[in-house]
Design a protein around this ligand. Sequence first.
Ligand code: NAD
Length: 367
Amino acid sequence: MTTELLSKSALQNSEPVFGQMSFDDHEQVVFCNDKDTGLKAIIGIHSTVLGPALGGTRMWQYNNEWEALNDVLRLSRGMTFKAAVTGLNLGGGKAVIIGDAKTQKTPELMKRFGEFIHSLGGKYYTAEDVGMETADMDLIREVTPFVTGISESKGGAGNPSPATAYGVFMGLKAACQFNFGTDSLEGKSVLVQGIGHVGEVLVDHLSQAGARIIIDDINIERLEYISRTYGCSVFEGEDVYSADVDIYAPCALGATINDETIDRLKAKVIAGAANNQLANEDKHGKLLLEKGIVYAPDFLINAGGIINVFAELEGYDKAEIKTKTENIFNTTLEILQHAKINNISSHNAALEIARKRIDQRLRSQKL
Ligand code: NAD
C-alpha cells in the first residue's frame, strides 16, 4: 500500500523518522504497541495549525514497518493540504495499523487503538480508511470521543465514501469542462480503476451522466457485480494504463502515475479518488503538464469524505455537506485555470493555495 518504496541505499542513509524521505516537518509521530491484542500502529500528526489533525486509519498488511511509516507520513501530510485547500479548519493526521484487516482485526484491538487515540487528548481525530468500516469507528467511540465516521444511528455522519465519490464526480466534471469545454459526460469514455466503496458510487454517477464506463479491479466478483448492476464493460486488455479512454479515474491505490506508466497514458483527463496518485509529486505533476494531460489534484477532489466527517464535528446537515462537496467543482476549475496562467502543474497550484492558507493562520497566531 506504500506509494513510494525506499531503496536500500535510502534506507541505509536515512534516520528512522526525522531523516525519512517522507518526513516533512511532522509535528508528532506516535508508535502504538500492545502485546495482548497484537496491535502495532503508527499515528502521524503532520500539522495542527488550522485545527485538530483529522484523518482516517488504514489497516494493511505492509511488507515491513518502513513501508507503514512511509505511508503514514505521506498520507498525514496529504490530509493537511486537503483540509487547507478545502477551507476546513482542520489539521492533517493519519494512522496505520499493521496487519490483515480480514484476519487480525478484533474488537479488543480496535478499542486498544482507541485508547491510544484518546491519550492524545483531541490532537488527532480518526475516521475510516482502507480496511476499516463504520462498525470499527463505533467500537473506537466506546473508548474515546476523538473519532468520526461513526454510524448515523449513533449520531454520526456514517460512511464517508458516497460524499467522497460525489466530490470526485464534481472534480472530474470540472476537469472535463476545462479540457473539453463542456462538463457533459455523455458518450465520454471513463476507465474506473478500483470499484470499491468509492469506485462503485462514482460508477453510479457516471452512468447516470451517460458516460461509457470501463472498470478494472483485482476482485473478479466485484467486477462481475458492478458490470451487471450498472451495465458497464470490464477492461480486457493487457495494459490498463494504455487504455484508449478520454478519462482515467484511479480509485484503487496510490502512485499509479509513475515512471513506468506515465508515457503509456492515453487519457486526456485524470480524476480519481485514490490518495497520492503521483508517485513523485513534482516530477510527475510537471510531466503531466508537459504531456497536456489535465490532472485534477487527488487531495482536492477526494475531499468529500473529510467534509462529511467534519460535518459530524460541526453538526452540519446533509444539505450543507452536499453544497460544500459540490463546491469542489468550482475550486477545481479555479485551480486548473490558475495552473494554466502560471504554467505550473495543477498539483503545485493546489498546494500553493493550501500553503498560503496555513501560512496566513500561522502569521495571525504569532500576532
Ligand atoms: P476500497 O478498499 O473499498 O476499494 C478499493 C478497490 O480497489 C477494491 O475493490 C480493490 O479490490 C481494488 N484494487 C486494489 N488493488 C487494485 C489494483 N492493483 N488494480 C485494480 N483494483 C485494485 O477503498 P475505497 O474506500 O473505495 O477507497 C479507494 C481509494 O480512495 C483509496 O486509495 C483511498 O485511500 C481513497 N480515498 C477514499 C476515501 C473514502 O471516503 N473511502 C476518501 C478519500 C480517499
